[in-house]
Design a protein around this ligand. Structure first.
Ligand SMILES: CC(C)(COP(=O)(O)OP(=O)(O)OC[C@H]1O[C@@H](n2cnc3c(N)ncnc32)[C@H](O)[C@@H]1OP(=O)(O)O)[C@@H](O)C(=O)NCCC(=O)NCCS
Length: 374
């Protein structure tokens, strides 16, 4: 009998969720019913993080309390900080993020407690400490002094401050905040599904997020924003873009930052991020990457009818902000911790072990020949 194999779980609905949905009627990604671009326009990232984790937008008082907890939890333990100092300087920052969250799991007093209350407390610790751990590594590998977090700065401002020692222009901070909002959640993508799968064995949240980070690292997922920058660096200048992309397509190359498993006629997050990419380019007085962006996008749509995904505009935006290319996907991590966590909480609340079947194509039954007779 031939079994009906759904490779890549294409089109398979495996569970229910209340966290997010791409709503075709408004052609938009929505978090808890709110369009992501509406949230970008009216909220800062902390409000959206609260929404994703708690189901509703916060009141002023709730937001203040949420921010107070996040800021209080920013401090890293001595062990974690010492470990980061000892990591090989050439480590990929995604591996640093993954290992840092894993170490947090060793240290957390509530690691074994999978209750919703304990999980929410643990989320706040992972959410607050991961950017601090990453920024520490950012400085250490450049031989620079680590900058401690500042509690009077917002989540985004603080990340810039810890990496660069100063908070940039407000347009830059807003663009970064917008990118975090757009990266925060996207339903059953591969890293979220990984987190839910790990959770489904009733494992803990640090393990689930560690696994999710490993999954996000891949170039077919979060790693695409870094690949976009490598591509733009190869293209070098707008005059080369047309030839470069046409050659790439002639050679049947996969062009990073294009295509999506869910969106087939355009990622609803792209227009917002494109707008902020433009604002950053204006502040930085550097239009080169925008020109390359437009040429490559036009060819991809004209020749292949494949549209950009959100990693296409975030790559050059982070570059213009001054981040090293291998920090682009870690920035995605510090945002997506919120979405992963909401799914982990949801999975614990109505768990069913995730255990699909496979169609066996190996040897038929055979007897073991003892070692001296093989
Ligand atoms: C995201 C992605 C993995 C989705 O994959 P998918 O839903 O499995 O779709 P497929 O890979 O089967 O693509 C369908 C067709 O479009 C082509 N295609 C899809 N994305 C493409 C891209 N970025 N560049 C060139 N061709 C692409 C495929 O080659 C395939 O063509 P074929 O039918 O002639 O074989 C895929 O689009 C991709 O690899 N994109 C680049 C990586 C990226 O930007 N990832 C971030 C996602 S948010």
């Amino acid at each position: 009998m031939t079994e009906d194999i759904k490779k890549g779980l294409l089109g398979i609905v495996v569970d229910e969720t209340e966290v997010s949905k791409v709503m075709p009627e408004i052609n938009s990604l929505t978090y808890r019913g709110y369009a992501a671009q509406d949230l970008c326009a009216k909220c800062k990232f902390e409000e959206v993080a609260y929404l994703i984790l708690n189901g509703e937008l916060p009141s002023e008082k709730q937001l203040k309390n949420f921010e107070k907890v996040e800021r209080k939890e920013r401090k890293l333990s001595k062990t974690l900080l010492e470990s980061i100092k000892n990591f090989p300087k050439k480590s990929h920052p995604m591996d640093v993020a993954r290992t840092a969250v894993s170490i947090m799991g060793l240290e957390d007093k509530e690691t074994k407690d999978n209750s919703q209350e304990a999980n929410l407390r643990k989320v706040m610790r992972i959410f607050a400490k991961t950017p601090v751990a990453l920024a520490a590594f950012y400085r250490i590998r450049k031989g620079k002094k680590i900058i401690k977090p500042k509690n009077n700065l917002s989540f985004s401002e603080n990340f810039f401050y810890m990496c660069f020692g100063k908070v940039p222009e407000k347009e830059i901070v807003k663009a970064f905040d917008v990118s975090l909002v757009l990266y925060a959640e996207h339903s059953f993508n591969v890293s979220t599904f990984t987190a839910r799968t790990i959770t489904s064995s009733l494992s803990d949240i640090h393990g689930a997020i560690t696994g999710a980070i490993a999954s996000l690292k891949g170039p077919l997922h979060g790693g695409a924003n870094e690949e976009v920058m490598h591509m733009m660096n190869k293209i070098k200048k707008p005059e080369n873009a047309l030839n470069w992309i046409n050659n790439a397509l002639d050679q049947k190359a996969v062009v990073m930052g294009f295509g999506h498993r869910v969106y087939k006629s355009g990622d609803s997050r792209v227009p917002t991020m494109r707008e902020y990419f433009s604002k950053v380019a204006r502040v930085k007085k550097d239009k080169k990457f925008e020109k390359i962006y437009d040429i490559v996008e036009k060819v991809m749509i004209d020749r292949k009818n494949i549209h950009p995904n959100v990693d296409y505009p975030t790559g050059p935006t982070y570059h213009l902000m001054g981040f090293d290319t291998d920090f682009f996907t870690p920035i995605f991590v510090i945002s997506r911790i919120t979405g992963w966590s909401a799914h982990i909480l949801e999975q614990h609340a109505a768990n069913k072990l995730i255990r699909p079947l496979a169609s066996y194509k190996g040897n038929s039954y055979r007897k073991v020949v003892p070692l001296n007779q093989r």
